[in-house]
Ligand binder design. Structure first.
Ligand code: G4P
Length: 513
């Protein structure tokens, strides 16, 4: 039986229109009725101070981490990826939980830095991508220039699925190749008999230009090849405008028709197929203090196989503990619902008190671990200085909580007592300080640490590891799991030390074993 789940994310550079498109998708899917809901959030996000306010209010950002809507008998799970580049680690892990992605590109700007980075993550996991070239209602680059740029910069085959009749001031509509239909603003679609149909001349002024361009495009780029798309080698490209709702229906239809249902997931010792009868899944995100009044925490589980039922007892493979999942939650755009059953591709929120962590595997008992959900070596390390010395315990709780969310990493130096926090980007530090005081009542400051990067270390022979660690006390620390970590001033020092200690493996990422 083929699945009716479509679990996907939208990737884009800030300002390309991800928030607007999300909102229109949810509107089209009947998931929200109030325009403006998602919008306000996008605008808030861009401004640092507002973003922090949102972060403190929490409720909004969490209910929208996953948005589920049902349309034409299909269940769409749209996973939110944080837009700011400082949160690329979180984004990376979110992309491990999707089966496909929509890449939004601003027609005036083409491929931008963040789009490219996110694309690379998708490529790493062969996540298939549908492209939406947004803002055709404004002047932009020519459709050919845009298609060529995607092909060249991303080394991806492109195939246009529709074509804009003019752009910006000359925009008249979109011609849909598959349907052989013209879509004009505020007009019903017009089905024609191919591009040669003389009726087109009566419908749009740019009919002849459309014919010329479309002929060139159809000849120059290959046609849509579902297999190539699913393998991540070809991207079907839709032109449109999220704001004006041009081409949005066509995009949803394409996700419904072509985006893959839940795929097999990499795991050790064997990959997991969605058809496997037993339930399994992994935690890709943990969000704490959604409601600062209670210290609740939601772990987001991507169901990978089996048929999950509420009340099931699942084994947390990393600890061997068994957990009864009694109140799993589904996230609809504005509501939460108790999840009675969940199928592969679904995302359920599991309230817990810090037991579940990012990277955890849950199964019905089998010893299995999903792979490729790493922690990344931090690029900024800071010592935490407590401004109120009576709050040592609270500080520890707060830092542990946030490390469990995967927002920051926490290192305990083998010598000395001050915790060191590690983050991938500067903005995370500001969020951390703000949350320490807002959510935990712990006033704190950061002090520069004599280190700025970290590597997890290991060795074939435990004696080698011990000798290495003994030789450099102050640069040694443990992460939260007690795994040994080498703290270094910079990449240069890592290289220098690594060259002289060939028996030690230095790793910039770590997966929970
Ligand atoms: P993001 O989440 O990717 O950061 O982008 P977002 O949707 O917030 O959109 C960024 C800006 O681009 C917004 O304008 C939005 O209105 C505009 N936009 C999105 N889609 C389209 C489109 O199809 N056509 C045009 N012309 N503009 C579009 P803003 O001025 O930054 O915000 P606002 O003042 O409109 O709220």
């Amino acid at each position: 039986m083929s699945s009716d789940r479509r679990t996907f994310a939208i990737i884009s550079h800030p300002d390309a229109g991800k928030t607007t498109l999300t909102e229109k998708l949810l509107l089209a899917g009947g998931a929200i009725h109030l325009a403006g809901e998602v919008r306000a959030r996008g605008a808030n996000r861009r401004a640092r101070s507002d973003w922090m306010k949102i972060e403190q209010q929490r409720g909004i950002s969490v209910t929208s981490s996953v948005m589920t809507f049902v349309r034409d008998g299909l269940t769409f799970n749209l996973l939110d990826t944080p837009g700011h580049e400082d949160f690329s680690e979180d984004t990376y892990r979110t992309l491990t939980a999707v089966d496909s992605a929509v890449m939004v590109i601003d027609a005036a700007r083409g491929i931008e830095a963040q789009t490219r980075k996110l694309f690379e993550v998708c490529r790493l996991r062969s996540v298939p991508i549908i492209t939406f070239i947004n803002k055709v209602d404004r002047e932009g680059l020519s459709p050919f220039a845009l298609l060529d740029e995607i092909a060249d910069k991303l080394a991806l085959d492109v195939t246009p699925m529709n074509w804009p009749v003019g752009m910006g001031g000359t925009y008249e509509g979109l011609f849909d190749f598959g349907r052989s239909a013209l879509f004009r603003p505020e007009q019903p679609p017009e089905q024609v008999d191919g591009l040669g149909d003389a009726r087109l001349d009566g419908l749009v002024e740019g009919a002849q230009l459309l014919r010329d361009e479309a002929e060139l495009a159809l000849g120059g780029y290959g046609g849509f090849d579902e297999q190539a798309y699913r393998a991540g080698d070809q991207t079907p490209v839709f032109f449109g405008s999220a704001l004006r709702e041009y081409g949005v229906e066509a995009l949803i239809d394409a996700i419904a028709a072509y985006a893959p249902p839940p795929r097999s997931q990499p795991a050790a010792p064997r990959p997991v197929l969605p058809e496997d009868p037993k339930v399994s899944g992994f935690i890709f995100k943990v969000q704490a203090n959604m409601n600062p009044a209670h210290r609740d925490r939601i772990a987001f589980l991507r169901v990978c196989s089996g048929r999950f039922k509420r009340g099931m007892k699942l084994r947390q493979v990393q600890t061997g503990k068994t957990i009864a999942i009694n109140s799993p939650i589904f996230f609809f755009a504005q509501d939460r619902e108790l999840a009675e059953t969940a199928l592969p591709g679904d995302i359920i929120g599991i309230p817990n008190h810090g037991v579940l962590r990012v990277g955890d595997t849950l199964t019905e008992g089998e010893t299995l671990t999903f792979t490729g959900i790493p922690n990344f070596a931090p690029e900024i390390l800071r010592r935490v200085r407590l401004l109120d010395p009576t709050k040592t315990k609270q500080l520890r709780t707060a830092l542990t909580d946030m490390a469990e969310e995967g927002v920051t990493q926490l290192f305990k130096p083998l010598i000395g007592s001050q915790w060191i926090v590690g983050v991938v980007g500067q903005l995370q530090l500001e969020v951390l300080i703000s949350r320490l005081s807002a959510e935990y009542g712990v006033p704190a400051e950061f002090e520069p640490a004599p280190f700025d990067t970290a590597r997890w270390i290991s060795a074939e022979d435990p004696a080698d590891l011990k000798a290495f660690m003994a030789g450099r006390g102050s640069a040694m620390a443990e992460d939260r799991d007690g795994a040994p970590v080498f703290l270094a001033r910079d990449q240069w020092e890592v290289n220098y030390v690594a060259e002289r200690a060939p028996e030690i493996r230095f790793s910039a990422t770590r997966e929970r074993a």
